[in-house]
Write a protein that binds this ligand. Structure first.
Ligand SMILES: Nc1ncnc2c1ncn2[C@@H]1O[C@H](COP(=O)(O)OP(=O)(O)O)[C@@H](O)[C@H]1O
Ligand SMILES: [Mg+2]
Length: 195
């Protein structure tokens, strides 16, 4: 019998939390190399990513590498007026940060720095579990699914890429109708492409 979404979340969250500090650092460094070798990065100028929590692969080295290449970065924040949706706000080394209700770092809201989601070239999403078909299981809030459902499904941008440790791969993620498909998943070992 295949595992439920809740069981898979528990399994992969435990696996990634069990990684040592050294393993986490190696993984984060290797992930940067995967992204820098990814041919489509050159055509992505406006890139959304997120601040790591709960054993997720650290995005900090990636953030530094992308700033060094003069990419414009954006972070999600919980929409203050429309529950369940995300906004994306410009992220520079000077951006004031705070913790949201889930204990995840996000920028302090500055309306003049919000970027409409359709103007992003690439959105790097967190995930809890994935499979070889590109199915994504998030933390269970559906925030990315809901926010991205506003975009036409036949669009070319923003491209969606999930980031994960290799240990977050499972045999099969049961998908639901509302789950937004990923075009790519990057782990420290490889970049997977799904069409
Ligand atoms: N486009 C949407 N509109 C309304 N609710 C949505 C939408 N997408 C997802 N949801 C809701 O979000 C909840 C969590 O979705 P789920 O896919 O399990 O979370 P996650 O993607 O974080 O793993 C579900 O109950 C689902 O009904
Ligand atoms: Mg989902």
């Amino acid at each position: 019998m295949s595992s439920s979404r809740a069981e898979l979340r528990t399994l992969t969250r435990q696996r990634r939390r069990a990684l040592s500090d050294a393993e986490q650092q190696q993984a984060a460094t290797a992930l940067v190399q995967q992204l820098l070798c990814w041919p489509e990065l050159a055509s992505c100028q406006h890139i959304a990513l997120y601040l790591t929590n709960d054993g997720e692969i650290s995005t900090q080295p990636l953030i530094s590498a992308l700033w060094a290449r003069e990419k414009n970065l954006y972070l999600p924040l919980l929409h203050p007026l429309v529950p369940g949706y995300l906004l994306f706000q410009q992220f520079t080394p000077d951006t004031p940060l705070t913790l949201n209700q889930f204990g995840i770092g996000e920028p302090v809201l500055n309306c003049s720095q919000i970027c409409p989601v359709q103007q992003l070239d690439l959105i790097l999403t967190p995930l809890v579990a994935f499979d070889a078909q590109g199915h994504r299981l998030g933390m269970g809030g559906g925030f990315y699914d809901r926010t991205l459902s506003q975009l036409p499904s036949d669009r070319t941008t923003p491209v969606l890429m999930g980031l994960a440790h290799q240990c977050q791969q499972v045999e099969h993620v049961p998908v639901e109708a509302w789950d937004q498909p990923l075009r790519f998943i990057a782990t420290p070992e490889q970049v997977w492409q799904f069409d």
